[in-house]
Write a new protein. Structure first.
Lengths: 188, 200
């Protein structure tokens, strides 16, 4: 991981100096993570794919503004977060962003309206995540699935660490309750 | 409510420092309630991990792909303005070019420029330059000789004037000496005036 970060920093420096090849390599390294982050906060593959494309294009255009290559990940996810919420606002401008739920149905990740994970646990997790508020869900995604530290999450979401912790711990309490029946049935 | 010295969730999510982490670990060994809470957190996280990352359906278009290719002008401008080093190099190159142009530009003779600026030519041959130099030297030499002749003439006049002055002074001296001698002779032969009021 440390080697990868060091290599990323080199690639970022080369890309900032105009190396398209270096940037393409960066895209290859990060596209899956960014896509899955966007997939879990939007709940829609097409949206996640389009947004991922926009994120990397915007990152390329603004790469020279990144002062510290070591902060590439939070910086990239900040762009992804902004792109996703910008899309939410465009689609439902009259609705508070906090009220938006992924997939619009709360039934988890869907393509064309049908769930794509047949496994019971996966469905249960999708359902539980769908019941969280967008802020809580994003906190869970960034912490559990993307592995960011609280300070990095605060940078990505532009809010204090205390707010991040509050969202995350509230979400964890809700998830524990939601997933308790699964555990009681012996699925783990 | 947890009785742990630090928030168990912070511990579980690895957000505590090393010493804090060790304090919680020591506490959990002796506290069944906190162990159960950690197990619930562990199960929740394990359940969340059941949702696997998906492969991206199609590769993200690279910036080198045709659809993102900027126009040649845009690419040149981006390359030129995007780099401080390139700007510095461009500045240095422009400065060098200016110095080179200044150093290699044809010299304009001052005489030509003063007398007939409209007749300034682009190229001047070596013979012309030599002729102009010779003429300027001849003019300067003639001027010097004229100034020297004038000085000599003035000096000769001054010497003549001095000679005449000396001649006049010598004549005056001679006249004065002869009058003194005549007075002595007259005094000796005819007696001078009696200083006691009577003659001999």
């Amino acid at each position: 991981m440390i080697f990868r970060a060091a290599e990323d920093a080199d690639l970022i420096r080369q890309a900032a100096r105009g190396s398209v090849e270096a940037y393409n390599l960066l895209v290859s390294r990060w596209e899956k993570r960014v896509y899955n982050y966007l997939l879990r906060i939007t709940g829609n593959r097409e949206d996640a794919l389009d947004l991922t494309q926009d994120v990397f294009l915007k990152a390329y255009q603004n790469l020279r503004k990144l002062d510290d290559p070591g902060r590439f990940a939070p910086w990239l996810y900040r762009i992804a977060h902004n792109e996703a919420y910008s899309m939410f606002r465009k689609r439902r401008p009259e609705t508070d962003v906090d009220e938006i739920e992924p997939g619009a149905t709360g039934a988890g990740i869907t393509v064309g309206g049908s769930a794509v994970f047949p496994i019971e646990l996966s469905l249960a997790v999708e359902s539980a995540l769908g019941r969280l508020t967008p802020d809580q869900r994003e906190a869970v995604v960034l912490k559990i699935y993307q592995g960011f530290k609280f300070e990095e999450m605060a940078e990505i979401l532009a809010c204090p660490v205390s707010t991040i912790k509050s969202r995350l711990y509230t979400a964890f309490d809700l998830l524990k309750t939601e997933l308790a029946p699964i555990k009681a049935r012996g699925v783990s | 409510m947890s009785c742990s010295p630090f928030d168990l969730r912070d511990y579980f999510l690895r957000e505590l420092s090393g010493p804090q982490q060790r304090q919680v670990e020591a506490h959990v060994k002796t506290c069944a309630t906190c162990r159960e809470e950690l197990e619930r957190l562990g199960f929740t996280q394990a359940a969340l991990f059941a949702l696997r990352d998906e492969e991206i359906p199609q590769r993200i278009a690279f910036v080198s792909d045709k659809i993102f290719e900027p126009s040649p002008v845009g690419r040149w401008l981006a390359g030129f303005w995007g780099s401080a080093a390139r700007l510095g190099f461009a500045s240095a190159a422009m400065l060098s070019a200016a110095i080179l142009v200044y150093a290699l530009r044809p010299a304009v003779p001052a005489v030509v420029a003063q007398r007939a600026p409209q007749q300034i030519v682009q190229t001047v041959s070596d013979a012309e330059i030599q002729a102009r130099v010779d003429a300027a030297v001849a003019r300067a030499s003639a001027d010097w000789e004229a100034r020297q002749a004038e000085k000599n003439k003035q000096l000769a006049a001054d010497l003549e004037s001095a000679r005449k002055t000396l001649q006049w002074a010598a004549a005056e001296l001679d006249f004065s000496q002869r009058r003194e001698l005549r007075n002595r002779v007259l005094t000796a032969n005819y007696g001078g005036p009696n200083e006691n009021g009577g003659g001999k």
